[in-house]
Design a protein. Sequence first.
Length: 276
Amino acid sequence: MQYKSEKEFLENYDKSKFDLLSLTTDILILSISNEDTNNYRKLSKKYFSVLLVKRKDYPYKDYWCLPGGFMKIDEDIEESPKRILRSETNLHDIYLEQLYTYGKVDRDPRMRVISTSYMALIDKNRLNDKVNDNASWFKITLNETEKRIYITLDNNEEKIDLEISKTLKEKTTDRYKYDIIKSGNLAFDHALIIASGIERLKNKANYTDVVFNMMPTYFTLGELQQVYEVILNKKLLDPAFRRIIQNKVIKTDKVKTGEGHRPSALFKYNDKNKLK
């Protein structure tokens, strides 16, 4: 049939010819937390933490998952994660960036669902909002080999062990393919989102200022170095650390007391740089 105008074409368009898909948004919320220490001479040890939500309904009832939900038909893709953050966790106005799209045919047992994942980075110690009762912060313990990523999630009440295989797809770009070997009590394919999000953050920490979204306004260089070491999952020699933060911080006239052997100078993010 030949149409005389786009209006006529759209009026006669039969969308029932095509299979319908559902779109969801899943959000990886990462923060840096402090472990309690009884030794005032030592800096509080820092660790990765991720915010998970316990599912109330089937499928995967009583499993943990990343905050997420279905995108509304009249909602822009950028608005969906903001709405879901507010409704699922009570968080808002935090750093968000889009990660990857997940579309494996059997990733959701209900129907064909494609998910756009996002990564949110926060300093949870500065949060004014209390997370919802069904949400909990889990400590992340990460161990890697050349072909495996082992992640343990622990909120002091439950522990979830994840194992993800890691296969190099493109040598020229260091892109990897991830597959779930073990996901424990974590729903859907969210183990993949956690693993790939952490890898993305590790890469971005080397060439952007994204880490400062997880820092307080004022911090010592020792605290900042700990955060970089947690994210990169390795110890940094002082010269390497100094190269990473060059031109990214400004020394203030403030000092921190109560930790370490002597008062430490406090620094702040150099806001002439643009957080990315």
